[in-house]
Each structure stands twice: as structure tokens, then as C-alpha cells.
Design a protein around this ligand. Structure first.
Ligand SMILES: C[S@@+](CC[C@H](N)C(=O)[O-])C[C@H]1O[C@@H](n2cnc3c(N)ncnc32)[C@H](O)[C@@H]1O
Length: 215
């Protein structure tokens, strides 16, 4: 299911900041080497939104859950304030090897720390006090409720947590769809909407993006 009509989507992308050579090369290599798995990569307009929101919040401490070949991490790292750091969480050494090459090409490798471990463990081991300015979640959907709770409790006031794919290609609206991913996504969407700790807006960007701001 296309949430946004493809023709409208093309128009939106054509009137947003274009991708530079590094991001274009990364998207091409990911498609060439990984075929259909390249669909896991965020879209370029979403990447521009990440960079803009990181810049707007003046973020210095960022966390990404789900790095893959590095597109979103480059977009986040580029927006960080001077001295800012991104903790990139993934479980795949193979895919993040590609990411590390492109971090170097993009000139952001020194701002990113890669943690290869289940992200729930990585997040649970972070200091409990609020220290995160910006977080982006784009990994195994079953764990979104866990990721949200671990991140929102560590967000500084004014900090953002973004959740990707919150519409699950439209499966979220299909009551007959009771798989683990859909059940978890409905649960986290309801949880965020009712959470008094945050202001929230859900955007119809690509597969749906939730932006929650810690009060
Ligand atoms: C949709 S892709 C991320 C795409 C990426 N944001 C981009 O812009 O290219 C999901 C990633 O989550 C990772 N992942 C899956 N389960 C995970 C887990 N339990 N902990 C950490 N990462 C996980 C996968 O290895 C994969 O690289």
C-alpha cells in the first residue's frame, strides 16, 4: 500500500533538498549488492527530515536503532551540533561494514560509534538519566515498544524520538493482521499517542513516521 500517491511523492522529493554524491552512491551500492533488501533503507526525503530535525533541536547526543548500510546514520550525523555523537545500534557486521565505509566518505566517521549487539541490550545499558537529544528507531518492529520505553525515559526535555514504518505498509489498519509485528506496532502507536511525557505528531511520510517530543 502506498500511503502517499507515488506521483505526489515524486513531486515532494523533487522539491526537497537533493541527495549528494555520497548518499546517491550508497543507495546505488545497496541496491546493486543487496537487491530487494535495499527497501529497508530510508527514503531520501526522510533522510532530509532527520537532518533538519537534528539541526533544529541542536542535538549533541543521538541514538539510532537500525543502521543497515548507513543512510539514516549519515543523515543524522550531518545534522549534529559541534562535538555531537551518534550511537548506531545494529546486529549485522556485514551490513554495517558498508555503513562504515560510507561514514568515512561522508566525513562523519569520527562522530559515530557502532554498537553490534541486540539494541534492547545496548539501550538498557545506557545511563538511566536523561542524556539523549535525538533518537531514531528503524529496526525489528516487534521490539518497538521496548525501544520506545528505553529511549523516551532517557530523552532530555525538548529531545525527540522518531519511529519509522509506523503504518507497516497499511497492515496496521487491517484487523485481520494479527502477526507479532502488527500487534507490536499498534501497541506502540497507542502508547505514544497516550503518553503524557511527550507531544506527538504522526506524519504520512513514506511508511509513516512518528515524531515524539519530550515535554
Ligand atoms: C530497516 S533496516 C535499517 C535501515 C537504516 N535505517 C537505513 O537508513 O538504511 C533494519 C536494521 O535493523 C537491524 N536489526 C534487526 N534486529 C535488530 C536488533 N534486535 N538490534 C539491533 N538491530 C537490529 C538489522 O540488522 C537492519 O540493519
Amino acid at each position: 500500500m502506498d500511503i502517499v500517491d507515488p506521483a505526489i511523492n515524486d513531486y515532494l522529493v523533487a522539491h526537497s533538498e537533493p541527495a549528494d554524491d555520497v548518499l546517491r552512491d550508497l543507495a546505488e551500492e545497496t541496491l546493486r549488492e543487496l537487491g530487494g533488501r535495499a527497501r529497508m533503507q530510508i527514503s531520501h526525503d526522510e533522510g532530509e527530515l532527520l537532518t533538519m530535525l537534528v539541526r533544529l533541536t541542536g542535538a549533541r547526543q543521538a541514538v539510532e536503532v537500525g543502521t543497515f548500510t548507513g543512510y539514516s546514520s549519515i543523515c543524522i550525523a550531518r545534522g549534529l551540533a559541534e562535538g555531537g555523537r551518534l550511537l548506531a545500534c545494529d546486529v549485522s557486521g556485514e551490513w554495517t561494514e558498508v555503513a562504515q565505509r560510507y561514514w568515512a566518505e561522508a566525513g562523519v566517521a569520527d562522530r559515530i560509534e557502532l554498537r553490534l549487539a541486540p539494541a534492547a541490550e545496548t539501550l538498557a545499558a545506557l545511563p538511566a538519566e536523561p542524556s539523549i537529544d535525538f533518537a531514531f528507531v528503524d529496526a525489528d518492529k516487534e521490539s518497538y515498544p521496548t525501544y520506545y520505553e528505553e529511549l523516551v525515559s532517557r530523552l532530555r526535555p525538548g529531545g525527540l524520538v522518531l519511529l519509522d514504518n509506523v503504518l507497516l505498509g497499511g497492515r496496521i489498519f487491517d484487523d485481520g493482521e494479527q502477526g507479532e509485528r502488527a500487534v507490536a506496532m499498534r501497541a506502540v502507536n497507542d502508547r505514544v499517542a497516550a503518553d503524557d511525557r511527550v507531544d506527538v505528531v504522526m506524519l504520512p511520510l513514506r511508511d509513516g513516521v512518528t515524531v515524539a517530543r519530550r515535554r
